[in-house]
Design a protein around this ligand. Sequence first.
Ligand code: PEP
Length: 249
Amino acid sequence: MRSKIVAGNWKMNKTYNEMEILLAELSAKVPDTEAEIMVAPTFVNLPRAFKMLESSVIEPIAQNMHFAESGAYTGEVSADMLLGIGIETVILGHSERRSVFGETDEILAKKTIAALEKNLRVVFCFGEELEDRKSGNHFNIVDNQLKDGLFNLRPEVWSNIVLAYEPVWAIGTGETASPEQAQEMHAFIRKTISNEYDDNIAENVSILYGGSVKPGNATEIFSKPDVDGGLIGGASLNTDDFIAIIKAI
Ligand code: PEP
């Protein structure tokens, strides 16, 4: 049975003090839910987030990591470093990592293997650009991202993977995929995984939708059968909006 998940990606937002305020508010207001709730603060704030969330249902997760164990990688963070401060889940392949920091499917495949080898859970992001959607190439793009990023993995490790379909044209733009477009792509993703692996893996992997999810559209998007929750950017920075989105799941 796959989990419902709502995860907030805070990106390069919130100073130490601002994060403390947001986390205190979220912890106080988070509703009882069977869904898993996650937030991803910036690296430097993760130890404090971990401490503040020790007795909370909210899980602090990382936004990224490097594939190497350690070494001459200035500015990078390893899986062991995350585990050392109690972090158990990492986001990989966010579109900003791909487009701004040049992370390729090949790099992301290496990162995913490195994280899974250390028993970290991976929230793996992917999705097409606007031109791909306009030209009708979106299924091909997503198919390739899955193949190149994940389909070299052993079946056993899929229980530690969460997928986040995030059409790039909907991230931070205020434009969201329609619930039907999200459902259509999520069903395609599940079928592609079933063809490559089997029904069991396909049915048990959580597939989150990301791209301008707000309190006003969350209920409809989350109501689709293959949408298992959301990866939320902008709206997760505001307590009331994020709580409303959690309530929608
Ligand atoms: C994201 O960055 O993963 C995201 C979905 O952002 P937003 O919700 O702001 O579109």
